[in-house]
Design a protein around this ligand. Structure first.
Ligand code: HDE
Length: 689
């Protein structure tokens, strides 16, 4: 029932309890539809006597409540979803007959779920972790799920090792911690013994795993798939999601603090952006290549620990994804949505990537375990939007009243009694392909180079990004209790790049060990790839970002208005932070209701800050730790920090000496501040840790 205040139709019961009248004439019922007369009191014998077994209404209510939880996802438990659509911008009918790409402007309904991997359902959003990027497309030829991540490579090459990887990263079994973290012994123990994981750990230790929000990260299908056209011709394809908002991450110290200040930071961000009409968008791009390219490429295109540099096979944008509607019920939609890699449609097919093959096997099991019935495809969020007709029958929670007489095929009954038949010409057909070889448990030699692309990733990063990677390895390995794990990991990193290994060794205060033996001598000739860097692919404006404005009673109303107009005019969000949550009056008379009290809104929640208190307000804030931290953290996190002359005492108390990223604000300098903010961070400011 909707929350509301009491109305004249509400009644007070004999015990003084409130009985609310129904909204919109809607009467509360039991699950069987029986109207309820009382939702406050159980049925009892005598005013102070025992509750009766006869109370079917209470029994039913509590029975249902007791069974509300379903098992969370074994990985990717923590996630958040939204609805939207995919719009074709470049029909590629020569490459694929997949329905979404049939013609320019064609829209296909979509549901997307973003997630972290390791943490449980209630874990914080800013854990250092890979993000899931799972897209369900409800095409007219069935559901197509692209169940990807925000990193284009993976930790392992063969599905056989997935349970080991997940066991290693999850809480340690003998102690039950740490939650949502890879910074512990079992994870790095496993990784240090798995050279094939090295490339992925470079991505994992980069800022890719602490995204500013889901809106500002890339997504990847990871595996090589196939496109198949109407003539049955196939090509290989890799899928990319490119955020039209540009890429952006936070810094580690900030991530740690966001987790405390707002553990729901990412889900709140997505919800708020969509509700504000600032719909996030991604370009869907494809790298298309043929068998000949696959043969000549330096690595095996079936190896999920490798990527194909965009410089080698450019990304062609074919569609645009827009998220324009939040889920109306998180359990019904985000929790019950069942993604499966094996959900493909005519025009899409698999490659022999052993990780993908294993996934295709796995995802059906997990849905049965979590959703409890083979009929999970009938839950509205999972149900295809096109007609469904088959002879699958019955099972728990069957919602479909399948009509007609025959529930088998072949049958000879006529008319509607007969039921559906397969369509030889247009039904889904797997690409005919030759497969041969001995049946063996084996890893192809072509998968054996574990370090060359890791090195390519490293040399493609800017200095700032390299420093962050070194610091992240230092932090994570520093959390390991067993020194042998650190040594082994450093031995792996020596195979990637000496600067990286030395940097991490310095962070750990350890000497560099010998390089670990490598199955194949790492290559040093792979060129830099600009596409691998976040900072080289950032936004060109502050649109979609959030400015935190620290105000007090008596702040200069004209200056506050100039800031608000400039930033909201540029598509940014402005939120006000004040000493307390109650309304205050600015100089000039405007009454302002702040969005936050400073105690609950540290500057980590904003992309840039403006500190514009009154002179008196600045004195008062200078005496408050939360206000000093607001300023100090913004500065330490290399944010743009603008201030009015009256703010000086607060800056002094916070120990901040303004640099080029800290312009003094007057009505005339607001535009310059806004322009500066497009760079998102003043990376030139020395790091403080
Ligand atoms: Fe998953 N994965 N995975 N995975 N995965 C699941 O399915 C699995 C892998 C990914 O928002 C589970 O419904 C195996 C790679 C995402 O609901 C489970 C293997 C990639 C999501 C499962 C992999 C992913 C999942 C858990 C190795 C990136 C969340 C709950 C062979 C390309 C989807 C569920 C959502 C979820 C198994 C490897 C991405 C258990 C066995 C590689 C984004 O079925």
């Amino acid at each position: 029932m909707a929350r509301r205040t009491t109305t004249s139709n509400d009644r007070i019961g004999e015990g003084g309890e409130l009985h609310q009248a129904p909204a919109k004439g809607e009467v509360m019922t039991t699950a069987q539809g029986v109207p309820m007369s009382d939702d406050q009191n159980s049925l009892r014998a005598g005013e102070r006597g025992p509750t009766l077994l006869e109370d079917f209404a209470m029994r039913e209510k509590i029975f249902h409540f007791d069974h509300e939880r379903i098992p969370e996802r074994v990985v990717h438990a923590r996630g958040y979803g939204a609805h939207g659509y995919l719009e074709c911008v470049d029909p590629v009918t020569d490459l694929t007959r997949a329905a979404p790409f049939a013609r320019k402007g064609k829209r296909t309904e979509a549901f997307v779920r973003f997630s972290t991997v390791a943490g449980n359902l209630g874990s914080p959003d800013l854990a250092r972790d890979v993000r899931g990027f799972a897209v369900k497309l409800y095409t007219e030829e069935g559901n197509w799920d692209l169940v990807g991540n925000n990193i284009p490579v993976f930790f392992i090459q063969d599905a056989m090792k997935f349970p080991d990887l997940v066991h290693a990263v999850k809480e340690e079994q003998d102690r039950g911690w740490p939650q949502a973290q890879s910074a512990h012994d079992t994870f790095w123990d496993f990784i240090s013994l798995m050279p094939e994981s090295t490339h992925m750990t470079l991505w994992q230790m980069s800022d890719r795993t602490i995204p500013r929000s889901f809106r500002f990260m890339e997504g990847f299908g990871v595996h090589t798939f196939r496109f198949v056209n109407a003539d049955g011709e196939s090509t290989f394809v890799k899928f990319h999601w490119k955020p039209r908002q540009g890429m952006q991450s936070v810094v580690w110290n900030e991530a740690v603090k966001i987790n405390g200040a707002d553990p729901d930071f990412h889900r709140r961000d997505l919800y708020a952006a969509i509700e504000a009409g600032d719909f996030p968008q991604w370009d869907l791009g494809v790298q298309v290549f043929d068998e000949a390219f696959a043969e000549e490429f330096e690595f095996d295109v079936l190896d999920a620990t490798k990527l194909i540099p965009e410089e080698q096979v450019p990304v062609r944008v074919i569609a645009r994804l827009t998220l324009d509607r939040v889920a109306s019920n998180v359990f019904a939609e985000t929790e019950q949505v069942a993604f499966m890699t094996q959900n493909v449609v005519p025009g899409i097919d698999f490659s022999d990537d052993p990780l993908l093959q294993g996934r295709n096997f796995s995802y059906l099991d997990t849905q049965l375990k979590r959703l409890g019935s083979t009929n999970f495809t009938q839950i509205p969020i999972n149900a295809p939007r096109c007609p469904v007709a088959h002879f699958q029958r019955d099972g728990h929670m069957q919602m479909s009243r399948q009509e007609g007489r025959a529930n088998y095929e072949p049958n000879s009954l006529g008319g509607d009694e007969r039921g559906p038949r397969a369509d030889v010409d247009n039904g889904y057909t797997s690409v005919p392909r030759e497969e041969a070889g001995q049946v063996r448990r084996v890893r192809s030699e072509t998968f054996a180079d574990h370090y060359s692309q890791a090195r390519q990733f490293w040399i493609s990063q800017t200095d700032v990004e390299q420093q962050h990677i070194v610091a992240a390895y230092g932090f994570e390995l520093g959390k390991c209790e067993d020194p042998a794990i650190r040594t082994r990991m450093l031995g792996n990193l020596r195979n990637v790049h000496e600067d990286l290994a030395q940097g991490v060794a310095d962070e750990l205060g350890m000497p560099l060990p010998e390089a670990n033996p490598a199955a194949i001598e790492p290559r040093t000739d792979l060129p830099e790839s600009a596409a691998l860097s976040i900072l080289r692919n950032g936004p060109d404006s502050f649109a979609g970002r959030k400015l935190g404005v620290l105000v007090t009673a008596g702040s200069d109303g004209a200056l506050v208005k100039a800031i608000e107009d400039a930033f909201t005019g540029a598509g940014a969000l402005v939120e006000y932070v004040a000493p307390a949550a109650g309304p205050l009056k600015l100089k000039g008379g405007r009454k302002l209701v702040p969005d936050h009290a400073v105690v609950g809104a540290p500057s980590v929640l904003f992309d840039a800050v403006a500190v514009v208190p009154s002179a008196e307000g600045a004195q008062e804030l200078a005496g408050r730790k939360t206000a000093r931290d607001f300023v100090d953290d913004a500065f330490a996190h290399q944010k743009f920090l603008a201030w009015s002359a009256d703010a000086q005492p607060l800056l002094d108390a916070a120990g901040v000496t303004p640099d080029d990223g800290c312009p003094e604000l007057t009505a005339g300098t607001v535009a310059g501040f806004l322009a500066q903010c497009a760079a998102l961070r003043h990376w030139e400011r020395p790091v403080q840790d």
